[in-house]
Design a protein around this ligand. Structure first.
Ligand code: DGL
Length: 258
């Protein structure tokens, strides 16, 4: 079955492009449309009701653009709103959740760390997931301020390094051997994080798992695009510079109000 309609992807801002990248690498012939809702970032400090309303707004815009499947490339939106989205819209959704499972199953020290937003760590979905790993000590840390710095183009700033050091030091002391990145913005911090963590601590994010799940749904439900390189379109509702800097390569980026 062939279906050249685009995969729609949204996040509170530029971070979900880490997920877009994983999807584009695995499914290069698929057309993709990415929404960076940077105007409303960070979602992580908002109420569940606000996160649901923003997720509905983003989904409606992607459906207006005739997307065949929607990837919620935001842990905060997934853990707070994916059920409501699935109930409201008759289209396949792929969500992203912190990769606790591979970390907990592979941990030798039985201590792992997770860095995520307040919205994700406070969600019912996350609390339920935690119940599956009772024999592992999980050190939770809210990444206060990290998303704002990324959205302001300050990935490599001194403030970023200082914040990361303060969040990671207690985890290192507690002897974690895995760090789970539970926010789609955080993979862009891996070079900085690696400077702080001892080399034996592994960093895990969920990008590839999301891409594989997207591939599964496309094969089973929606159908693939034709065998030529897919088109990628990015929409942002703030200054496009941060998005174009984070994407590095030249892509079609358009500013619009949403
Ligand atoms: N990138 C998002 C996540 O995966 C949300 C960050 C935010 O807006 O607070 O959680």
């Amino acid at each position: 079955m062939e279906n050249s309609r685009a995969i729609g992807i949204f996040d509170s801002g530029v971070g979900g492009t880490s997920i877009w990248r994983a999807i584009h690498n695995l499914l290069p012939t698929e057309n993709t449309i990415y929404l960076a809702d940077s105007k409303n970032a960070p979602y992580g400090q908002k109420s569940k009701e606000e996160i649901i309303a923003l997720s509905i707004k983003n989904t409606e815009l992607l459906l207006d653009m005739d997307c065949k499947l929607i990837v919620v490339a935001c842990n905060t939106a997934t853990t707070n709103a994916i059920q409501e989205l699935r109930d409201k819209f008759k289209i396949p959704f792929v969500g992203i959740e912190p990769a606790l499972k591979p970390a907990a199953l592979s941990s030798k020290s039985q201590v792992i760390g997770i860095l995520a937003t307040q919205g994700t760590l406070n969600s019912t979905l996350f609390s339920k997931a935690m119940e599956n790993y009772k024999s592992t000590k999980i050190i939770e840390q809210v990444g206060h301020g990290l998303v704002n710095l990324i959205e302001n183009g300050q990935i490599s700033s001194l403030e970023m390094s200082q914040l990361l050091e303060s969040y990671l030091a207690p985890m290192i002391q507690a002897n974690i051997d895995f760090l789970v990145l539970g926010c789609s913005h955080y993979p862009y911090l891996i070079p900085q994080i690696k400077k702080i963590l001892p080399a034996h601590i592994q960093i895990i994010d969920s990008g590839e798992a999301v891409a594989r799940q997207t591939q599964r749904l496309i094969d089973e439900v929606t159908g693939r695009s034709a065998e030529q390189l897919g088109k990628a379109i990015f929409y942002t509702n703030t200054d496009p510079k941060v998005l174009s800097d984070i994407l590095v390569d030249q892509y079609y980026i358009q500013e619009r109000d949403f």
